[in-house]
Design a protein around this ligand. Structure first.
Ligand code: NAD
Ligand code: DAU
Length: 341
């Protein structure tokens, strides 16, 4: 039996990862260390809460004492915990610096003292910046983050890199493209648009809607992280992606069609400041070294995701209240004005 400390396991990707590990890895115990911020939700793991190989610890990665205590008896760390939403980082970068940079440093030091054997740092393709019309990010693409969120993730990647170089610390880094799937907090494009459309509310498309994202189903991301944990080479970076580039407008039309809603629900709203134009991931390194491949056809994954949100109206309703509504109002106003690019 080996034990993995998963940070941020009550969020979108972390909760999917924990479910995958408990399902597929019979000799792995999971300790889920999560601060339960606005994005953390215990309900995401209600199916496994009583699982004999699962334990939840409520704690903050910026709290060195709590992190040290949680690290006892653990052989690996898979580090998801982060402030993860670009628009929130534009509103206030403070929490991003604290959690993503300082929190990662505290975690690295605790893991080093505890003699952890493997540390997987879950990062993002956004650290590479923005692409033009062609090409894709490789692991050699220079870091050029453009938002406070991606800058804080790039800083954490560099800290991890420095611990490998200076201390021979056994860390690996993954950089993945845009995830979609069950349990994604409804502030990100796909779950926001699905949950708005389910209530016949308008959907806010930034700018001209021609920004491109490379979508990957969360399950494929999680199998990629598991492959990196099992077979990745220490000190290496592995890009993970879904080879499913879509403009935001193509995606919006697909969602409207799948949900049977009219195009009149589209609202073109002012662009995100510093909005990256295009992301695309070259994940051939992970495919050839780790025998990992993304498996979802985007349209099938999207349909499955829509079905999941339709079947979890209570989960959505429990989130879309209080703090969420205040954030929504700050970010979007009332969305009553219809404008066109
Ligand atoms: P999320 O916002 O859904 O979840 C973040 C989780 O971290 C929450 O459970 C939250 O409570 C927890 N957390 C936040 N601050 C914490 C702290 N100080 N201490 C302990 N726990 C804390 O995020 P997500 O979308 O699941 O992303 C997880 C990771 O994957 C992040 O590191 C993100 O940068 C990376 N990533 C996300 C995507 C994506 O498309 N969502 C793509 C690539 C990489
Ligand atoms: O690429 C990986 C990254 O993907 C992760 O590191 C981040 O944690 C994750 O949030 C995501 O970042 P994006 O900024 O790409 O995702 P988001 O869902 O916020 O936006 C996707 C695209 O949709 C982007 O071009 C902005 C646009 N958008 C987003 C929102 C929330 C809109 O047009 N309207 C919106 O209301």
């Amino acid at each position: 039996m080996t034990s993995i400390l998963v940070t941020g396991g009550c969020g979108f990707i972390g909760s999917n990862f924990i479910q995958l590990v408990l399902e597929q890895e019979a000799d792995v115990q999971v300790v889920n260390f999560d601060a339960l911020t606005y994005a953390g939700n215990l309900a995401n793991l209600s199916d496994v809460a009583q699982h004999p190989r699962y334990r939840f610890v409520h704690g903050d990665i910026t709290d060195a004492e709590a992190v040290r205590a949680a690290m006892k008896g653990v052989q690996s760390v898979v580090h998801f915990a982060a402030e993860s939403h670009v628009d929130r980082s534009i509103q206030d970068s403070g929490p991003f610096v604290r959690t993503n940079i300082v929190g990662t440093q505290i975690l690295l030091d605790a893991a080093r003292s505890a003699g952890v054997k493997r540390f997987v740092h879950v990062s993002t393709d956004e650290v590479y910046g923005s692409l033009g019309e062609t090409g894709a990010f490789t692991e050699e693409t220079p870091l050029a983050p453009n938002s406070p969120y991606s800058a804080s993730k790039a800083a954490s990647d560099l800290l991890v890199r420095s611990y490998v170089h200076t201390f021979h610390f056994p860390a690996l880094i993954t950089r993945c493209s845009n995830n979609y799937g069950p349990y994604q907090f409804p502030e990100k494009l796909i779950p926001l648009f699905i949950s708005n459309l389910m209530q016949d509310q308008p959907v806010p498309v930034y700018g001209d809607g021609q920004n491109v994202r490379d979508w990957i189903h969360v399950r494929d991301h999680c199998t990629g992280i598991l492959a990196v944990w099992k077979r990745g080479r220490v000190g290496e970076v592995y890009n993970l992606g879904g080879r499913s580039e879509r403009t935001n407008l193509q995606l919006t039309h697909a969602l409207l069609e799948a949900l049977g809603k009219p195009k009149s629900l589209i609202r073109y709203v002012p662009d995100r400041p510093g909005h990256d134009r295009r992301y695309a991931i070259d994940c051939r390194k992970a495919e050839s070294e780790l025998a990992w491949h993304p498996t979802f056809v985007f349209e099938d994954g999207l349909r499955q995701t829509i079905d999941w949100y339709r079947g979890h109206a209570d989960w959505i309703a429990s989130i879309r209240t209080g703090e969420y509504l205040k954030y929504y109002e700050r970010q979007y106003g009332t969305l009553t004005k219809e404008t066109h690019p």
